[in-house]
Ligand binder design. Structure first.
Ligand code: VGL
Ligand code: ZN
Length: 212
């Protein structure tokens, strides 16, 4: 059976962080991030169940380089919970940069999960924050809705999509990444590390055309 035929009542598309700040012109622009939007729109139309995620930081968030004297964006620091890359200020709650890109067109999305809202903890995964134990509540939502096959698309492949897929597997869900519906930041080998990690955890990378 074709992998793409595997979604249905128990399949859910999770659209990760298609926000202005991650698109060209944004504060933490993912190269060519906006190219995925038409792909995501047509993919989403094929899913009955869609969840959107939104990076949603308070001002002065601990993942911002500007919150650490003498630190620059893309340096790594030791946070209490482990290594943490420092980012330019991005996706500040209620700002235009944090809004979904205006071309994103997924009116039937049932849930928006906001993450990175705790000042002292960053969150790449849409399930658990970077301390690996603070939950967003998404596991409970998916279980209660009977959604067990998780398809991921969005920004960025090598951060939020990667960690969301990994946590989905740890929670016992089936997980699939639709790779051409993602774009990467690509920081110090992060794309290669993501591919290896997804393969090791049994997360197939699919192409959007498999869903046509
Ligand atoms: C993300 C870095 C910082 C992402 C979010 O959505 O991949 N990356 N915040
Ligand atoms: Zn962020």
């Amino acid at each position: 059976m074709n992998q793409a035929a595997r979604f249905g009542e128990d399949g859910v598309l999770i659209v990760v962080d298609v926000q202005n700040d991650f698109c060209p012109g944004g504060a933490l622009a993912v190269p060519r991030g906006d190219e995925i939007i038409p792909i995501v729109n047509s993919l989403a139309a094929r899913f009955r169940n869609v969840v959107l995620t939104q990076d949603w930081h308070p001002r002065g968030h601990s993942s911002f380089a500007s919150s650490h004297t003498g630190k620059k964006p893309f340096e790594t620091i030791a946070a209490s919970y482990g290594p943490q890359v420092l980012w330019p200020d991005h996706c500040v709650q209620g700002t235009r940069g944090a809004a979904f890109h205006q071309a994103l067109d997924v009116p039937h999305a049932a849930l928006i999960v906001r993450k990175g809202m705790h000042g002292a903890i960053d969150s790449y995964s849409t399930f658990y924050e970077n301390d690996r134990k603070t939950p967003t509540g998404l596991v409970g939502y998916l279980r209660e809705r009977g959604l067990s096959r998780i398809f991921l698309a969005g920004l960025a492949f090598d951060f939020c999509v990667r960690y969301s897929a990994e946590d989905a597997r740890s929670e016992g869900f089936d997980a699939f990444v639709i790779e051409d519906a993602c774009r990467s930041i690509d920081l110090e080998g992060s794309v290669a590390a993501t591919r290896a990690s997804l393969a090791a955890r049994g997360v197939p990378c699919l192409r959007a055309q498999e869903f046509a």
